[in-house]
Design a protein around this ligand. Structure first.
Ligand SMILES: NC(=O)c1ccc[n+]([C@@H]2O[C@H](COP(=O)([O-])OP(=O)(O)OC[C@H]3O[C@@H](n4cnc5c(N)ncnc54)[C@H](O)[C@@H]3O)[C@@H](O)[C@H]2O)c1
Length: 247
């Protein structure tokens, strides 16, 4: 699939966190192909530069910011830098988050995962994203629909949707908010999963018999951000090949 016209205004800007890999990188690629300027954020400078290289030839403008989205000062400085480079940032993709296999204390993990979504959204909204603004958070089927063995991952992904519902109830005059919920997605953090014994077992229970690609999630994200979804507000959109329906 090359490009889909979701009705974006060419030159409008989207900020994507976790853009140095996986879902964020692919969303950046598709956003750039859709005519959007991109502000790419990641804690990993190498991955970030790699993404920036890929989109530079297609995006109307590219801004990069190396920083930790759970760090208040980095977020404020990043927004100031992004706004001065790109002007109004109409769209926000709150996507960065640690892998469920990471060993992080529960309280700190919630601060990183949910706290950063709130921090980024507050900073973005304060700058005035303007008419048609929208935010999409990458949550997960984990936590919202199925429990994981890792307590913080389930809790934080479900909490992100709780925050989205707050935004919808109280901030819809400023912007729309939705959650995209990947199932098993083929990104570097799940490298080798499909070929593993556990992976084969899980995949056999997914009606579409494959993992999601990062592109599957990118398109769903861009749709929810776009003018084509202008009356969609507060949805939790599983992109999981039907996996959770069969659980
Ligand atoms: N891959 C899956 O199966 C899957 C399933 C459900 C949900 N998700 C969610 O999708 C999102 C993206 O995951 P992915 O699979 O593309 O992973 P990935 O590891 O390929 O990419 C994540 C990127 O986020 C960056 N990042 C992590 N913490 C950060 C921080 N504090 N500040 C700035 N950047 C940070 C990383 O450096 C990395 O480049 C995550 O929120 C993840 O929980 C993934």
């Amino acid at each position: 699939m090359s490009s889909i016209d979701f009705g974006f205004t060419s030159g409008d800007a989207v900020l994507i966190t976790g853009a140095g890999s996986g879902i964020g990188r692919q969303t950046a690629q598709r956003a750039a192909e859709s005519g959007l300027a991109v502000s790419l954020w990641d804690i990993d400078p190498t991955g970030l530069e790699d993404t920036a290289e890929r989109v530079r030839t297609v995006a109307p403008a590219v801004h990069t910011w190396v920083g930790d989205v759970s760090d208040d000062d980095a977020v404020k400085a990043g927004f100031a830098d992004a706004s001065s480079t790109l002007g109004t940032i109409r769209y926000l993709h709150n996507n960065a988050g640690p892998a469920s296999s990471a060993d992080i204390p529960f309280d700190r993990a919630l601060e990183i995962c949910v706290g950063s979504v709130r921090r980024m959204t507050d900073a973005w909204a304060a700058a005035g994203p303007g008419d048609g603004a929208a935010m999409v958070a990458t949550t997960s089927v984990a936590g919202n629909l199925i429990g994981t063995d890792n307590a913080w991952y389930s809790a934080s992904k479900a909490a992100i949707m709780g925050y989205v519902r707050h935004l919808v109830a109280y901030r819809s005059a400023e912007f729309r908010s939705n959650g995209v919920a990947p199932g098993m997605t083929d990104t570097p953090r799940l490298a080798g999963f499909a070929a593993s014994e556990t992976g084969q077992r899980v995949l056999s229970r997914i009606p579409l018999k494959r993992m999601a690609s990062a592109d599957d999630i990118a398109w769903a994200t861009l749709f929810l951000l776009s003018p084509a979804a202008s009356y969609i507000n507060g949805v939790f959109l599983p992109v999981d090949g039907g996996w959770t329906v069969t659980q």
